[in-house]
Design a protein around this ligand. Structure first.
Ligand code: PMP
Length: 368
């Protein structure tokens, strides 16, 4: 007899296990390899600002205290930089935690979150946990955001519209016109969530000031950002939300675990956010390497989606799991896509030049 089954809610039991990357140390030991090239989780291969590392060391002596649950110093920094009132910001244990919290605040069983497919899994999973569901709209040809389909879906007044721009996994961004059309179609009962986890990697010519456009939107909205990607602090877990209303944020803090953001993360993020020079170095380098890697893949005859993020998404025309397993044997980790309709696609994060070269060598062997 299965002793657990009667306990677990159906919504949870029927969920697939989350497809997270493998921890590199486990693989290194398993294969007895000297080097693992980890390009499966869209991390920053250059790491955080050295000032963030110093800040974590300095914070070590006070780690026996609970952290500042008002995130006062970091809140002031971000509020000043964005020109947003401090009480319109919320912080969470990674931005994925904030997605779950916001869904728990707003979504009731049976309600709908509209998003694109392929998609960031948690945009869907956190809805399903609640007995709500995601409506997945495929990108148009050329990986354009499916704006017309989104407009049609919004006519049914879904509870949430959640869009990542740059998209994970595709990497494409919404144009200014896309953003304006989507907002114009949104009724006041739909919460618009723009997930900008990769915003810092967008090249200047493709950048759309989503926050400025949202400021003119009458309905409720949230923008999500993270310290995990361009700031290189994935291991510390810190994301933030910018909301239209301070009242939304006050309610969010009733649902959030009180001390969700740890003291080391706060110390590191304050230093990292202030170090705009390091951020510029990282994002400039990633943009350059992204162009090089995309060109190298296209030279091999692969169709690679245009990307403004720190990853590339492409069709290997074979079972993605088999291809990524072959790369893993060589110590190279990339992410197989498992969503229906995209199971021959893989996502590779942009690494250092030497990591990208090791990836290409392993890929050539796997596709030969
Ligand atoms: N949003 C998107 C689109 C992502 O790709 C990710 C991480 N892969 C996240 C949110 C969550 O990031 P974190 O929880 O590390 O802030």
């Amino acid at each position: 007899m299965d002793s657990v089954k009667p306990l677990i809610r159906d919504e949870v039991a029927s969920l697939p296990a989350y497809n997270a990357g493998l921890h590199p140390e486990n693989l290194r030991r398993q294969l007895g390899l000297a080097r693992i090239v980890k390009l499966d989780s869209n991390e920053n291969p250059f790491g955080p600002s050295p000032k963030a590392i110093e800040a974590v060391k300095a914070a070590a002596s006070t780690l026996y205290r609970y952290p500042d649950r008002n995130e006062t110093a970091l809140r002031a920094l971000i509020s000043g930089a964005l020109g947003v009132e401090p009480d319109r910001l919320a912080f969470g244990d990674g931005s994925e935690d904030l997605i779950g919290i916001i869904y728990r605040m707003c979504m009731r069983p049976g309600e709908v979150a509209v998003t694109t497919v392929p998609s960031f899994g948690l945009h869907q999973i956190w809805a399903e946990v609640l007995g709500a569901r995601a409506l997945l709209l495929p990108f148009e040809d050329g990986w354009r955001f499916p704006v017309a389909a989104i407009e049609r879906a919004l006519a049914d007044r879904p509870r949430v519209l959640i869009l990542a721009s740059p998209s994970n996994p595709v990497g494409v961004v919404m144009t200014a016109e896309d953003v304006d059309r989507v907002l114009a179609a949104c009724g006041p009962e739909t919460l618009v969530i723009f997930d900008e986890a990769y915003v810092e990697f967008i090249s200047p010519e493709a950048r759309v000031d989503v926050l400025a456009r949202l400021t003119r939107h009458e309905g409720p909205w949230i923008v999500l950002r993270t310290f995990s990607k361009a700031y290189g602090l994935a291991g510390l877990r810190l994301g933030y939300a910018i909301a239209r209303d301070a009242d939304f944020i006050r309610n969010l803090y009733k649902v959030r675990s009180p001390f969700a953001v740890n003291a080391a993360a706060l110390a590191a993020a304050e230093a990292a956010f202030a170090d705009t020079q390091h951020l510029g170095m990282v994002t400039g380098a990633i943009r350059g390497l992204r162009g090089e890697l995309r060109a190298a893949l296209m030279k091999r005859g692969l169709e690679v989606a245009p990307s403004e993020g720190n990853s590339l998404f492409f069709d290997v025309k074979k079972d993605s799991k088999a291809v990524t397993a072959a790369l893993r044997e060589k110590g190279v980790l990339i992410k197989p896509w498992l969503e229906a309709g995209y199971t021959s696609f893989v996502r590779v994060s942009i690494g250092t030049r030497s990591e990208n070269e090791a990836f290409l060598t392993a890929l050539d062997a796997a596709l030969a």
